[in-house]
Design a protein around this ligand. Sequence first.
Ligand code: NOJ
Length: 486
Amino acid sequence: MLLSPVYPSPMHDFGYDVTDHTAIDPVYGTLADFDRLVRRADELGLRVVLDFIPNHTSDRHSWFVRGRKLGDEYRDWYHWRDPAPDGGPPNNWVSAFGGPAWTWDEHSGQYYLHSFLPSMPDLNWRHPPVAAAMLDVARFWLDRGVAGLRVDCATSIGKDPLLRDNPPAEPGALAQHRPLGEYDNQRHLHDAGHPDTHRHYRELRRLLDHYPGALSLGEVHEPDHQVWAGYYGQDLDEIHLPFAFGLLEAGADLDALRRAVLETTQAIPASGWPCWVAGSHDERRLASRVGSDRARLVLLALLTLRGTPVLYYGDELGMPDADVLEILDPWGRYRPDLGRDPARAPMRWQHGPGAGFTTGGVRPWLPFSEVEPVSAQAADPASTLHLVRTLADARAAAPELRLGEQRFLDTEPGVLAYSRVLPGKAESVVVINGTAAPVVVGLPGGAEWTVVARTRESVSGISGSYATVGPVEGVLLRHRVDRMGE
Ligand code: NOJ
């Protein structure tokens, strides 16, 4: 269970602008409440993972408040620079949220750097006390029993020591995230991803290694697969699970999905483990991007590909984007088409006012989106929730879905099929048909197959070693249990 930031914050970027890394914002409760949450989660067999935000703080953080004063020992904790000769910002870097990445500080007569909002200044990781302080933050939460950390904007802490201008983006270059307007006009060569970053992740890993089972997930946006895979570390000694965004980018294009899976897995070092992401709080909802039928196809892939799936809450209901009238997200204020509020609607647990998320009469911070709630979907075998639960159960029951090799089967364009196999022991096969006509796919020979899950009721069926799968349908098949010798 991965929580978005819960630390005290003025919420200019919904918690990513932290004022105190080792406390809980009062809107969520107290540190004692947090400890109770971790304990209760543990009792339920769940582990809590926290968002760890190394690149920036709020401008109200005491480090920045002090650093704003010339000569204060915290000055070097952030990036302060004199103006360029023309009086403008020191270089051409732009903020992902729009406008220059530098803001003039009248009081101290220098510019400071912010990759996001002006109220989110970037920390200077070349200053050793910063790295030490952030490791202390990680230690604080690990000592409280969290199971791991999601490293926010993992590449951003690596800035060019000379703060050189970014070159223009090459035409047609992959962005690895949704279009961000002006930000995409540059190649982010110098404002992120400097190789020196890796030593910090090795240090974080050494810390995590003291806590049995603790893991790091990494928000690593990097279009070059080899560079991206570098965040695993040369000796698998950096981030355990850098997020692979290939599923998110491919959407419902199954040929692109297959390419992304192949390219990603080929780049990952031997013994490295993939981690697939199909949705997030920064993207439009899966069901809105690809439509609800195709969203089920993507969920089938997410839960059966070799690797760890990251499921964004609500996607298991097929939750679409909510209709948001008042834009709260800073990105949305800069460019309404980039706003992330619609993907952040509260969970719908049940019918009725408050939807089980809050009590009736209390208005949640964003409107609910139009989707059948958990209580209704749980009772409906044709629901998306039912499909996701079936797939999760299948994963738990079938070791090959967790640990088996992955082999792609030959198919026509628009169809994705792969086998997950523990040779000599067990095999599952996934066939996903994104085309408008039924397809027949040859199954690995000699076995009797049974349907474990299908994304909808249709014409699909198995005859001998062939599976017929209906239009826009996916199936998960397995050898008959009685033939697997389990
Ligand atoms: C990445 C987070 O996922 C996003 O929500 C946030 O706005 C930026 N980092 C800035 O912290």
